[in-house]
Every structure is written in C-alpha cells, then in structure tokens.
Design a protein around this ligand. Structure first.
Ligand code: PEP
Ligand code: MN
Length: 264
C-alpha cells in the first residue's frame, strides 16, 4: 500500500483544510517538550506569527535515561490542544504506547511515532485505526525498506494518512547528533507516494545546522519540515535546547523557505 506501484499519484493528506504533500511545504514548529501552559501558548503564537501551520510538542518524551524529564503527560496534551486552538494551528504530538493512542488522538490533530518506536508493531497496528494522520519517523538504524514496511502496518489497518519522516541516522560521525540522510527524501518519494517530511533538528542536533539542512531538505524535495523552536532554549526541560532555534531564527528561516516553495 505504501508503494508507488500501487498508488502512482502523490498522496495529499488534508487536515482541517491544511494540505500536506504535493507542491506545498508543511511546516511543523515548536518545542521538543510541552513544559507549561504559558510556554506552549507563547511558542504557539511565535509559530503562527512566523507563518507555520502546525504546532509540535511532546507530552510523552522517549528519553534515553529513565531519570530524565519524561514529559508532562496527558496534561501536556490538553495544554497543547488549547494553545493550538487559540492560535489557529494544527497540533502534532508523539505517542509511545498503544494504550495512549486514543487519548493522544482525542487532543492532537496528527500523531507522531518516534524513531525509537518505528518498529513497535503493536503501536503501529493501533495507529491503523486511530482516525488521525500519522507522522512516522525513521528508526535511526532503519533502512528505507524497514521504514516503508513500518508504514505498511499503519496503512494495512485502514489508515491511509501516513507521512514518512527522515530525522537522521546513526553513523560513525559524532560531531553531529545524527547524520541527516538527505538521499532519503528523493529515494522515499520514488518508492512511495506518501509525503516525506524532514527533521533537521534531530537530524543534526546543532542549532547552527538547522537552517542549511532545512533548506537542503526543501531543495531535495521534502514535502515539509518539523523543526524545534523554543522561546528560551538554554533553559528548556529536555537536552534538545541545543538544537532548538530561537524564535527570530525560526521566523527568518520561514521567510527564506517561502521563496523556495509556497507554505501550505
Ligand atoms: C522529537 O521529535 O522530539 C523526538 C523525540 O524525535 P525522535 O523520535 O526523532 O528522536
Ligand atoms: Mn526533541
């Protein structure tokens, strides 16, 4: 079902009037984690003013260590839903377990599968019937074929609104947190009709590389970008402040991107 042979035309996913896929560029911006109602409301305003359409933010955070901040949970979903509604933005958030699919689908417009859960097959099956579009992140050691097979699990359950996301893979290089695999964008678009979104934030792990890699992703044909932005990155509650753009960097980047492709 994910293959271009099955479905020759690009899939366009329409969420409350916003079209993802095809010629337009979908921009998802926001913090790594939802921290407080004030934080997500302030960032939502900045995301909207910059011209993006979708607010990102994790309420459930998949942390490498068990003692790190794990996210504010269901309360965070509510905070983000309110901020999204107040500022006229769609919302995207990560869901980590099948048990939480329903509540995440209740509060968010798009559900995200994180890199660590790309092959959580029970989760993928649950997302097949969740009634929400899904952004599926590539596992940091997954091949294209494995990513497409993971998407197949969601599609096979009846959910045809799946986006693929390149978020960097693990290589021998340690200067960057991951290596953003730009080739994934045209390769996946050749093999599949599904929209391909790039994540230059996790793909590089370094703020100064987000802008060039966002632009490179668009040049390579990405259908959208998911970018971390924080009002006070140095004091963010996850380690991802170092890769989060400052608000003015985010809005300047969007001005430049608009020259390359129309924002949705
Ligand atoms: C995130 O988007 O904040 C995140 C945890 O991403 P990934 O799953 O790509 O590490
Ligand atoms: Mn993050």
């Amino acid at each position: 079902l994910a293959s271009r042979d099955f479905h020759p035309d690009d899939t366009i996913i329409e969420v409350k009037g916003v079209k993802i896929g095809g010629e337009h560029l979908a921009i998802m911006g926001g913090p790594c984690a939802v921290e407080s109602p004030e934080q997500i409301d302030l960032i939502a305003k900045l995301v909207k003013d910059a011209g993006a359409q979708i607010l990102r933010g994790g309420a459930f955070k998949p942390r490498t260590g068990p003692y790190s901040f794990q996210g504010v949970g269901v309360e965070g979903l509510k905070m983000m839903a309110e901020a999204g509604e107040r500022h006229g933005l769609l919302t995207i958030t990560e869901v980590m377990t099948p048990e939480y699919v329903d509540v995440c689908a209740e509060y968010a417009d798009i559900l995200q599968v994180g890199t660590r859960n790309m092959q959580n097959f029970d989760l993928l099956r649950a997302l097949g019937t969740c009634g929400r579009p899904v952004l599926l992140k590539r596992g940091f050691s997954a091949t294209y074929d494995e990513l497409l097979n993971a998407a197949e699990y969601i599609l096979a359950g009846g959910n045809r609104d799946v986006m693929l996301c390149e978020r960097g893979i693990r290589t021998f290089e340690t200067y960057t947190r991951n290596t953003l695999d730009l080739s994934a964008i045209p390769v996946l678009q050749g093999l599949s009709h599904l929209p391909v979104i790039s994540d230059p934030s996790h793909g590089t792990g370094r703020r100064e590389l987000v802008e060039p890699m966002a632009k490179a992703s668009v040049a390579a044909g990405a259908n959208g970008l998911i970018i971390e932005m924080h009002n006070d990155p140095d004091n963010s509650m996850t380690g991802d402040g170092v890769q989060s753009l400052f608000p003015d960097q985010f809005s300047n980047l969007l001005k430049d991107l608009e020259k390359l492709a129309p924002l949705v």
